[in-house]
Design a protein around this ligand. Sequence first.
Ligand SMILES: Nc1ncnc2c1ncn2[C@@H]1O[C@H](COP(=O)(O)OP(=O)(O)O)[C@@H](O)[C@H]1O
Ligand SMILES: [Mg+2]
Length: 318
Amino acid sequence: MEKIWTEKYRPDRLSDVYGQQRVIERLQAYVEKGTLPHLLFAGPAGTGKTTSAIALSKEMYGDQWSAAFFELNASDERGIDVIRNKIKEYARTTAISQRGFKIIFMDEADSLTSEAQAALRRTMEKYSNNCRFILSCNYSSKIIDPIQSRCAVFRFRHINDEDVRKWIEHIADEEDLEISEDAMQMLVRLSEGDLRRATNLLQISASTTTRITAEIVRRSANIARPKDVEELIVSAMKEEFMVVRNKLDNLLIENGLSGGDIIKQIHKSIYNVPMDNWKRMKLVEKIGEAEYRMVQGSNERIQLESLLAHFALEAKRQ
Ligand SMILES: Nc1ncnc2c1ncn2[C@@H]1O[C@H](COP(=O)(O)OP(=O)(O)O)[C@@H](O)[C@H]1O
Ligand SMILES: [Mg+2]
């Protein structure tokens, strides 16, 4: 399967992040000085929070960045103690970087309860001699004051239509796509300021042709249904089998999607569902196998259920 475009086109440099100029200028100033306080990135999905955290690390550490950058998801269902242990291990075992501190990026920090956030704050304090935290959230109001007051707060905005258009044009250029004006308007409108959505929609639209029309975009928007598929994955991982069956019926029967559509979307969505990368890698392998069998003509429904059972099994494995 082709590499997903949200990864292929994730900007490596801060200067290549679209539509967040004020945020980016402040982040670049840290790179110049070589220092960093704890940061809080707040804003809607698909606006560059994770991208900016990674780009910042790449610029601060160059080739060494991946050793100095540790990504965690706060909505890890095993709870705050598991998160704290991972932080502890990383803070202790990984060699100190050339800057004297390493970066811990925690996504979805606003999914933690206030008690868990209080525990997180103590952990931040404990390791602040050699770690800087970048917390990412949708709403800063859901972050407790003691954390907010220890962080420099950065607000990410929805990407405005003009910049969404530029982003789409940038990818279209790289991929040699021809996009009609009404298709472009539809892509911009459906993206709603979310560049992840813009990118996914464009990739699906371009999966069968390089000449993108409004009709193709409309059809692709129907296929995408990323939220439904993400919910499917999450339910599978929680072992809610009846919910999984119902959701699957819904997609297959009521929305008229093919097994192939769904499996392609599972492949995209798996990068949006929190889980550790090792599990994700194993599941991507399973997705590949299921897709292969489907193409060979095996029963789609059975392949999908079997794949989702693997999600449940992986979720259980420690
Ligand atoms: N401001 C942006 N500039 C360029 N690309 C972006 C931007 N925001 C999102 N994207 C695209 O969407 C994908 C997901 O963005 P990400 O930074 O993970 O969003 P989030 O704000 O949800 O963390 C990126 O890989 C990139 O392709
Ligand atoms: Mg993110």
